[in-house]
Design a protein. Structure first.
Length: 130
């Protein structure tokens, strides 16, 4: 059965103790306002998405001391997309809250496969018929 997927977000992963200055920097550097958190316990801070943009940018507070970037692939069928990516050489690293997969590309880069979450869906999505 066909499914669709697209890159929907870039996440800037920051050590928990460095998240506030990072949010300030990236908000100003990218010209995107900080969107107030609806859940203060959430590790995510959303930077506003300019009209016409299809790509969301979030900062994520992480327990690791490693700062990095990763992106999310959103899809209307998480398992089908994970299987497609595994056939290309990716591997599953961690299933999070029974709805998303943290994956690792053959190059070692981390990315996530998530269910549809952006307002821009399905703009830019590719249909896969595997």
């Amino acid at each position: 059965m066909p499914h669709r997927s697209r890159v929907c977000a870039v996440l800037i992963d920051c050590p928990e103790g460095q998240i506030e200055p990072a949010v300030q920097f990236w908000s100003e550097a990218l010209g995107r306002p900080v969107i107030a958190k609806t859940n203060p316990d959430s590790p995510y801070t959303n930077l506003g998405t300019p009209e016409g943009s299809e790509l969301d940018i979030f900062l994520q507070a992480i327990k690791s001391q490693e700062s990095r970037l990763h992106f999310d692939i959103e899809t209307d069928d998480v398992e089908a997309e994970v299987h497609r990516l595994e056939r290309l050489g990716a591997r599953r690293k961690q299933h999070v809250e029974n709805y998303l997969w943290i994956m690792e590309a053959p190059s070692g880069h981390i990315f996530c496969v998530v269910p549809v979450q952006s307002k821009a869906w399905p703009t830019g999505a590719i249909e896969w018929s595997e």
